[in-house]
Design a protein around this ligand. Structure first.
Ligand SMILES: *[C@@H]1O[C@H](CO)[C@@H](O)[C@H](O)[C@H]1NC(C)=O
Length: 297
């Protein structure tokens, strides 16, 4: 079960453009403390309220769907590749106009960060659960090229997050070192890229204690505080990955009624984030986008 995160095969994104590979995420003690002590202000989307409104467009092409949003005066194009088993709709806020969208907490926050920094955001669904090398790589390249041209964005830098690339553009690995086999691969891969003169960097993402407000601070529509009793250790850290934690039973015991289907996947994602083994993260967005911006000239 431990394979839902970003499990992307490499593909061609046009050369030279920087890529971020999020394997996931880091958090400093200060962020953890902020999460613990700043209850309502801690909701990370609040900083975007006056900056960004979700207003995505959706279209079908080449047997898949693409969802995008272009801010006023965009300065770059960001192609966001979803993780294993997810779809383009997982990045975008659910609304009356877009009831099909899911808006998973971390994925959605990445989009907000991007739009606030004036990146045009393009998301595409993979054909199967996982991205594949052969024809799909061409389809995605085709869609991106067509879309960029159609929206007159061809002069802007194009960056990608969530995918790797065969052509070794500058690459930032955002990973969770607790996943030691992946950490080992990334360390080796970075060595290989460096030896080819490629600009590489990494951000290591560490586990987070599960404060009572950790979930309500990160998931819209989730307003309860949660005791991690039963699935956190004496220091408040998750004992196991969210995917194998019987959190539904624990929450049911505490009589919290959040078992509506809509909240299951978001809770799962953020418990995985707290465990820091393999999950999407938005916590490093500022560093990620600064890195993109420093590589766009
Ligand atoms: C994608 O669709 C367009 C328009 O229908 C078509 O021209 C193009 O060849 C397709 N690309 C691939 C890789 O199948």
């Amino acid at each position: 079960m431990l394979n839902r995160g970003t499990k992307l095969k490499a593909w061609h994104v046009p050369q030279k453009y920087p890529i971020v590979v999020p394997d996931m995420f880091l958090v400093s003690v200060s962020v953890a403390l902020v999460l613990l002590f700043r209850k309502n202000d801690a909701k990370p989307w609040n900083r975007f309220v006056s900056l960004v409104q979700f207003d995505p467009r959706r279209e079908f092409r080449n047997g898949t769907d693409l969802i995008w949003q272009i801010p006023d005066s965009p300065k770059a194009v960001l192609f966001l590749a979803h993780g294993y088993g997810l779809r383009a709709v997982d990045f975008w806020e659910r609304s009356i106009e877009r009831p099909e969208c899911v808006g998973l907490p971390e994925d959605r926050l990445l989009v907000l960060h991007a739009l606030a920094r004036k990146f045009a955001v393009l998301t595409i669904s993979s054909a199967g659960k996982c991205w594949t090398f052969e024809k799909e790589r061409l389809v995605v390249e085709d869609i991106i090229t067509w879309w960029v041209k159609k929206h007159n964005l061809g002069k802007l830098p194009l960056v990608a997050l969530g995918a790797s690339s065969e052509d070794y553009p500058p690459t930032l690995f955002v990973h969770m070192p607790k996943d030691t086999s992946r950490k080992w691969k990334i360390t080796n891969f970075m060595g290989v890229l460096r030896s080819k003169g490629v600009d590489v960097a990494e951000i290591e993402c560490m586990e987070l204690p599960l404060s009572p407000t950790f979930l309500s601070d990160r998931i819209r529509g989730f307003d309860q505080t949660v005791s991690g009793r039963g699935f956190v250790d004496e220091n408040g850290y998750m004992k196991q990955d969210g995917r194998v934690t019987p959190w539904k039973d624990a929450l049911r015991d505490s009589k919290i009624n959040l078992l509506e289907k809509d909240l299951m996947h978001p809770v799962d994602e953020d418990l995985n984030l707290a465990f820091a083994y393999h999950e999407m993260t938005s916590l490093q967005s500022d560093e990620i986008f600064k890195w993109f911006e420093s590589h766009m000239n």
